[in-house]
Design a protein around this ligand. Structure first.
Ligand code: BJW
Length: 244
């Protein structure tokens, strides 16, 4: 990593697991245990049951607001400070990388704290301001239901974000895949693109994924332990003691 001019990091829900945010494929808790996330994160689910989908996102938003970035998030922010060619692409919608100090984070799947008009000919965006509302607000522009500003299954990713991530994947010398099951496309394709260019692929994940067998280095442990260890190995301790 120290030798690589361009390092691309792609992060997933596992990085936020140690902040107490359930990963996407974790069993749902409490009231939500009878649902599967894959069945709620779709435009069809929102069209069928907008209040159920809305309340699931409101519950997740409250979890994130009460959570704090963990040592894994902070180590990625520290790495970016000492590796000038590092770019962070995330599938996470929770904003915890930004709260930990990461800059210029590319969000492939949108952001939990934005709302977007559900009408395909409007798509007005607005920040979500009320964490307690049990029904989706109406679009101030066209009156249709607002929905969370995230990317659901079957929807295209934000074009500019995906284009930047693909460009970075085609030019990097090393890709670090951390805390992702690497099964959701097109995000998962970035690692395979990098593999095809002959660049180095590194994975951090306590479980195996489709990438594990082809990765050049695998750290089979939690991001909150491995990333700070990588930071300590690569980057001199700043005077403010930020590594700890
Ligand atoms: C730890 C840890 C610790 C635990 N430390 N690690 C090609 C092939 C097959 C299918 C497709 C394909 N191309 C497209 C598809 C269809 C589909 C898809 O990929 N399906 C697969 C599931 C089969 N993709 C899409 O539909 C995408 N859209 C699309 O392609 O549209 C085409 C189109 C183009 C143009 C116009 C119109 C259409 C959209 C995908 C959107 C994904 N959205 C979600 C929801 C976001 C909102 C929300 O959060 O509610 O994004 S789904 C969900 O998965 C979420 C995540 O960002 C994403 C990835 O999950 P992630 O982050 O990997 O989490 P987990 O839970 O899966 O894994 C956690 C990992 O952490 C585990 O491995 C743990 O072991 C690990 N872990 N603790 C480190 N402490």
């Amino acid at each position: 990593m120290a030798a690589a001019r361009q390092v691309l990091v792609i992060s997933g829900a596992g990085v936020s697991a140690e902040s107490g945010i359930p990963t996407f494929r974790d069993a749902m808790q409490g009231l939500w245990s009878r649902y599967k996330p894959e069945d709620l994160a779709t435009p069809a689910a929102f069209a069928r049951q907008p209040e159920v989908v809305w309340q699931w996102y409101q519950w997740r938003r409250r979890l994130v607001v009460d959570a704090q970035p963990n040592p894994g998030h902070r180590a990625l922010a520290g790495l970016q400070d000492c590796l000038p060619g590092m770019l962070l692409v995330t599938q996470n919608v929770d904003g915890l990388h930004q709260r930990a100090g990461s800059k210029d984070v590319i969000e492939l799947h949108g952001n939990l704290f934005e709302n977007q008009c559900s009408a395909s000919d409007c798509r007005h965006m607005a920040p979500n301001t009320d964490l307690e509302a049990t029904t989706p607000p109406l679009c101030p522009s066209c009156g249709a239901l607002m929905r969370p500003g995230v990317v659901w299954f079957g929807e295209g990713l934000p074009e500019a974000a995906l284009a930047r991530a693909r460009q970075a994947a085609s030019g990097c010398q090393l890709l670090l895949s951390v805390g992702t099951s690497a099964v959701v496309y097109p995000a998962a394709d970035l690692a395979w693109m990098v593999k095809r260019t002959g660049a180095v692929l590194v994975e951090i994940n306590p479980e195996t994924t489709p990438l594990t067998a082809v990765a050049d280095f695998v750290f089979p442990g939690p991001a909150g332990e491995i990333l700070p260890a990588i930071l300590r190995a690569l980057c001199p301790e700043p005077s403010d003691g930020a590594h700890t």
